[in-house]
Every structure is written in C-alpha cells, then in structure tokens.
Design a protein around this ligand. Structure first.
Ligand SMILES: Cc1cc2nc3c(=O)[nH]c(=O)nc-3n(C[C@H](O)[C@H](O)[C@H](O)COP(=O)(O)O)c2cc1C
Length: 695
C-alpha cells in the first residue's frame, strides 16, 4: 500500500523528504548489463515526509541551480494561429481519445481508406491540447549518488522548478523507497526544493521501478499527450522489479544519466527507448542544461499526430523510404544483382497475370488464416529473413513486434542486426534463417543457440553465389561505423534529418555487426568479417543438407529452390517446406520470376511439403495469385523493409494491413469465402507464362 504523508506539509509549504530507513534485504537477482536489469522481489514503500520541514542550506547547489536555469531554453508548446482568441491550448489534429472539438474529416478518411477494420485511433479530431505540461521528475538519491551527484540532482530540480513556473511539476526522490517532495499542482519555491533535496540522506539501492509507479499515479488524470516523466539517475545497482515494462507504459520517459561515477548506461538507454523519450548523459552538472533543453525541444505528440504517416500502397512506402533513408541505406534495400533482370521480372510477372472476377453471390465473410511450418498465422504472408542493417534503430525487433501485432510469423536472418533472443521476445513465432557459414560443428552450434532461444523453425537459404556489381552502382557499406566513417557518410545523412534524429534519439549509431552468427560466446563479427568467413566456407552438398535437417527436430524450410529436381531432392532430405525463391533478384541475374516457376514445382511436390513463394510480392492481389498457383503462403522482403524505413514498426504493420485488405478485396471480387478455394481458374494466365527448370 502506498502511504503518502507529504500533504502534511500543505500546498505552498516547505517540505522535507526522508527515505524509509527500513533495512533492505533485497539483493539483485541478476547482474546488470546487457542481460537485463537486476531485479529483486522486494516491495518498496512511499517514505514519510517530515512535518518539520527538513532543509539544508547549500550555497553551491543553489549556485548550480541558477547556472543551469540561466542556460535552459525550454520551448513552450506552440500556439496555433487558428486557435480562437481566449481559448486555452493548441488546436491540433490528434487521434480520438475520448474528448474532441470536431472530426478532421480529411485526415480520418485518409487513415481509414483501405483498412479492413477501422480502429478508434483512426478517427482524427481537432482537439485543443493543453499548453500546460505535467512533468514528473524522478531523482535518484540512492547510496551511489552520494556527494556531488546529489548536489547536481538538487540543482536540476531547482532549475526545472524555476523554468517551468506555469507547468505542473511533481518531484519524487527515490532510492530503495521513494518520497514525493512535491505533488503535481503544488507550488513550492525552487530554493526550498533544492534545500529539501540536499537534506535527504543518500543511501540504499536504486529501485527505479517504484518511482515509475508513483509517477504513473501522479500523472494518472493527465491526458497522455500533456504528461511526461524525467528520470535523473545513474541507473546502477538496480534492485526491485524490472522497471522496463513500467517505462513502456508511461506516456513519455526521458532519462538523464549521471555518468560521473559508476553507472549503467544500458539500463538508462533501454528505459528511454521503451518510454519513447530521449537518453542523455551528464558527465558534469554543466551537461544538465543542454540535456533538459533537448528533452523539451519539440512538441512531440501534436507534431507526430498531425503528420499522416499512413500509406495506401507499398509503392508509396517505397517512395517515403527513399526520401527518408540515406542513399547508401536505401540502395542496399533495392539491391538487385547486375542488370536487374530478375528483380524486374519478379514484379512484372505478377502484373502479367489477370483476375477473373464474379459479380453476384459474393461471400460476406472471407477467411485467410492458415498455418506455416506448424505456426498459425492470421494471413498467408510471412516476414522473409533479410540481413539488412541500419534501416531503423529497433531493426528486426520493430519488425517482430509488427508481425506479432498482425498475427504472423517471421524469419530472422543470421545476418540480422539484432540478437535472436531480443527478437524472439517480441515475436515467439520465429524461424531462424541460416546460410552455410563455417563447418558442420559450427552450423550445429548456431542451430543450438536458435533452439535455446526458442526458435520454432529453421530456414536454410542456399541460393547465394557471391555475385556482385550492379549496373546502377552498389551502395558503399562501411566495414564498421567508426567516427571517421560517420564523417564520410555525413553528407548523405544530414540531408535525411528525420533518419538522423531517430538514431540520435536512441543514443546509438548503426554498428554493422552480425550478432547471430558467432557461436560459443564469441564476439559478434562485422558484417564484412562474417561475409568473408561465408565466402571461405565449402559449399554444402545434399548430404550436408540432409545431415543439417537431422540435427533439428522441428519444422525446417529450404529457401531458394527454383528447379523441379532440387525440389525433389529437398523432399528426399526430409524438409518440411520449401520457398520458391531467387533471393528477390539479388543472386543470379537472369533467373526467371518465382511466380513463373511456382506452378510446376507446386504440382510436383506440393502434396509432400509446404510450398511457399517469395519474390516480387507487393500487393494483396499478388498473394492471391501465388496461392491460386499452389503456394500455401508467401514471404515478403522489400515490402516490409520499405515500411520499416518509412515509418518503423507502424510502417511494417501498415504493409501487413495492406496485404490483408488486398487479399480480402480479391477474395470478395473472385467470389471466394476462403483462401482454400483459390485455384488457377481464378486467374487469366497468358500463354507461355510459366517456366519449368530441371525436369
Ligand atoms: C536487402 C535484402 C537482404 C536480404 N537478406 C537475406 C538474408 O539475410 N537471408 C535470406 O535468406 N534472404 C535474404 N534476402 C532475400 C529475402 O528473404 C527474400 O527472398 C526477398 O527479399 C524476396 O523478394 P522481395 O524483396 O521482392 O519480396 C534479402 C533480401 C533483401 C532485399
């Protein structure tokens, strides 16, 4: 139970805070570091605040507070020039959240067009947003913050209180427990807050989860768009429950990490990332003002809400990704080997196939759920593995979240930028993809890591022949993102400010390493280091494939099949599924479009293994065509990468929604109530369309 005695001091009165003096028996359960924050089961309490206002005069803390305040430039929420005179707040287009002035019809129609099911969030209203911000400031006063660090923390509290006189500020000091020094709406003189902070003895462990809970309670009645939390801590020796889920539930959490002593940057960065805020590091009290200024640099919610980021086709996503991403990153996505014959044919071949629609007796409800390699999926579209880096800071984790949100499975490349353990946490329906890199022992160890992480299937991709050279020029991919390399890339990156901003906000630069390739705890190699090892590995035989299959007791896909004889050998090797694939036109240029190869392969082995297709899928109607020609489902590559580049996780969800609504529209037009009813009869296939390779 939360016991809050701070009101005893009364509004406007001086307060003193004291942390609970109970002995803390909770020992961290896990070590801090990349494995997650230390946690204990111990419950924290709101500590009593002294009635007889405990304050300690500290001229140095006050001087610092004045210096920080003098350097602060906190931008106020902007006022809309169209706002009616006298009416408070900013008039902005925002998603409907229960209160509204009036519907923004244009924005709403743009959002719901093409959606199978409109959500409440799709309704955009013109709403007056308060220009008063509600800020909960959480200040760490645990043992590790003793001395100068608490003084800087106190100065930060004083400076913010002075700088936000028209806003609501809550101040919560915490260590193992927490004390509310100032409730939201209470007005306490900045000097009193500084002196109250200095009076609190710094001791105990850091329990970040508890003040996050207290802050959530303080902000409970504030609309999310006006509420934010600032955490000032070294984040070190964290105890108590894992704070990350709580951070994710806050409207926004910015973290200022005191780095003058021991610290846990990983945890600080994670909390800011999950809280959709910024992460800044203070190596001295002089870093506080620029950090706070950057936290308040933009009126985030209304700006984001006003931008209509929803796109209505994959082609629009591609254009946006092109505008948004640096040239080299976008260049790596479009790829396509040599003259681009295959990549073009993959797309164009779909356009050659027509549809044979019906006009009456159409089904009111259409079903498109199926299974792939034992995994139930809500639409016949799976995320194809792509070893592509630097598109988005959350990379494959964002893709996994989107796939999970839309009820489908994902292939994760062994050349991906995020470790499998992190990606699986976001979507357990994960197939780990492997190339033949190293020897059998190494392949088995890599598989073992995937098994331990919880992968539900394996995809082995064998169509890669190390061809290079594109007629339109290959993008330059650096060996490693060093400061020197960043300077080199700067001209192309500074012309893409939103891309740059996204990475800076996360406090990282793309490091271009491949964390899923090393085995037995070896460090992650660079992309090119790994590529070199792969080039040096002996190509696998069919015996190797059968051996690899025997090492995995779950579903197993062979990706990259284009020939009938290879499809039969894959069946002999005991695979569960094949993907008819030419690596999206990135491998041997001149390989026919996969949709041309599918019918004969599906006819030959479709009753023995699951047959999927990937390559050139850009629309729901492409999916329907592939299913009508014998595929169980398709995998998509560039379509979701463009969505990711255009709008992160939401962009990938957007692409999956487009696929779903496109499939649904086709089923309706073709008069089918389920994807299982699709057949070649639904299509207009021009003479000579198909290709048959190898028998
Ligand atoms: C940038 C990029 C990287 C890729 N990386 C991989 C990979 O690491 N492993 C893999 O099996 N396939 C990889 N692929 C191939 C895709 O899984 C898929 O076969 C292809 O993208 C399908 O064609 P589409 O992009 O036209 O949908 C990659 C494709 C692209 C475009």
């Amino acid at each position: 139970m939360l016991l809050d005695l701070s009101t005893a001091a009364g509004p406007g009165g001086a307060v003193g805070g004291e942390r609970g003096t109970r002995g803390r028996s909770g020992k961290p359960r896990t070590a801090t570091g990349s494995g997650g924050p230390a946690t204990t089961d111990e419950q924290a309490e709101l500590a009593p605040v002294l009635n007889d206002a405990a304050t300690v005069a500290d001229p140095e803390a006050l001087r610092r507070a004045r210096e920080i305040a003098a350097r602060l430039a906190l931008r106020r929420p902007r006022r809309d020039t169209a706002a009616r005179p006298g009416a408070g707040g900013v008039l902005a287009s925002v998603p409907y959240r229960g209160g509204a002035d009036d519907i923004d019809l244009d924005a709403t129609v743009a959002r719901i067009a093409g959606r199978a099911v409109a959500e409440e969030d799709d309704i955009v209203v013109r709403e007056r947003i308060s220009s008063v911000r509600s800020v909960a400031l959480l200040v760490d006063v645990s043992g590790s913050m003793r001395g100068e660090r608490v003084r800087t923390a106190a100065a930060t509290v004083g400076a913010l209180a002075a700088e936000l006189p028209r806003d609501n500020l809550a101040v919560i000091a915490f260590g193992s427990d927490a004390a509310v020094l100032c409730h939201l709406g209470q007005r306490i003189a900045p000097q009193t807050l500084v002196e109250s902070m200095v009076a609190i003895p710094a001791r105990g462990l850091t329990n970040v989860a508890f003040p996050l809970q207290v802050a959530a309670r303080e902000l409970a009645r504030i609309p999310a768009r006006d509420a934010r939390v600032l955490l000032l801590s070294d984040c070190v020796h964290n105890a108590g429950p894992d704070p990350r889920p709580l951070a994710a539930r806050l409207p926004r959490l910015d973290v200022l990490l005191d780095a003058t002593g021991e610290q846990d940057r990983w945890l600080g960065g994670e909390l800011a990332r999950l809280g959709r805020g910024k992460f800044r590091i203070a190596a001295s009290y002089r870093d506080v003002a620029p950090a706070l200024s950057s936290f308040f640099a933009e009126l985030k919610v209304s700006e984001e809400a006003m931008a209509n980021k929803w796109f209505e086709t994959v082609a629009v996503a591609q254009r946006r990704a092109k505008r948004r991403l640096p040239k080299s990153v976008y260049g790596a996505l479009i790829a396509g080997a040599e003259a681009g014959v295959t990549i073009r044919d993959n797309v164009d071949a779909f356009a050659e196939i027509g549809l044979a629609p019906r006009v009456a007796g159409l089904p009111a409800v259409r079903e498109m759920a199926t299974t792939v390699m034992g995994q139930p999926i809500s639409l016949p579209v799976v995320i194809s593995p792509t070893g592509v880096q630097a598109v988005h800071p959350d990379g494959e984790v964002a893709v996994a979240r989107a796939a999970a949100a839309r009820g489908t499975a994902m292939g994760l490349s062994s050349f991906a930028s995020k470790p499998i353990e992190e990606v699986i946490a976001a979507n357990p329906r994960l197939f780990f993809q492997m190339y033949w890199v190293g020897d059998r022992d190494e392949m088995a160890a890599r598989m073992e890591r995937a098994r331990a992480a919880g992968a539900v299937g394996i995809i082995v991709t064998l169509d890669w022949s190390f061809s290079f050279g594109r007629d339109w020029g290959s993008p330059r991919i650096p060996e490693k993102m060093t400061p020197r390399e960043m300077m080199r890339q700067a001209p192309s990156v500074v012309t893409r400010p939103s891309y740059l901003y996204q990475w800076l906000r996360n406090g990282v630069v793309p490091d271009l390493t491949v964390p899923n390739l090393p085995v037995n705890g070896a460090p992650a190699p660079t992309f090119f280091g790994a590529y070199g090892q792969w080039m040096g590995s002996a190509p696998p035989s069919w015996e190797d494939v059968a051996w690899l299959r025997s090492q995995w007791d779950g579903p197993f896909m062979l990706k990259g099949v284009t020939r009938i004889d290879d499809a039969k050998r894959a069946v002999d090797a005991g695979v569960t599924a094949i993907s008819v694939s030419n690596h999206g036109g990135n491998n041997l240029d001149g390989t026919p479009a996969t949709i041309r190869l599918l019918p004969d392969i599906a006819r030959t082995v479709g009753d023995q293994v699951e047959v999927l297709l990937d390559g050139g899928v850009r629309r729901g109607s492409d999916v329907v065509k592939a299913l009508a020609l014998g595929a169980r489902a398709v995998m998509i590559g560039r379509a979701y990468l463009w969505g990711l580049g255009a709008n992160g996780q939401a962009g990938v969800e957007n692409v999956l929604d487009l696929m779903r609504s496109g499939i649904d529209a086709c089923l309706l037009g073709l008069g089918h109530s389920s994807i299982s009813e699709l057949s070649p009869e639904d299509l207009v296939i021009p003479p000579g369309f198909t290709r048959r390779l190898g028998g």
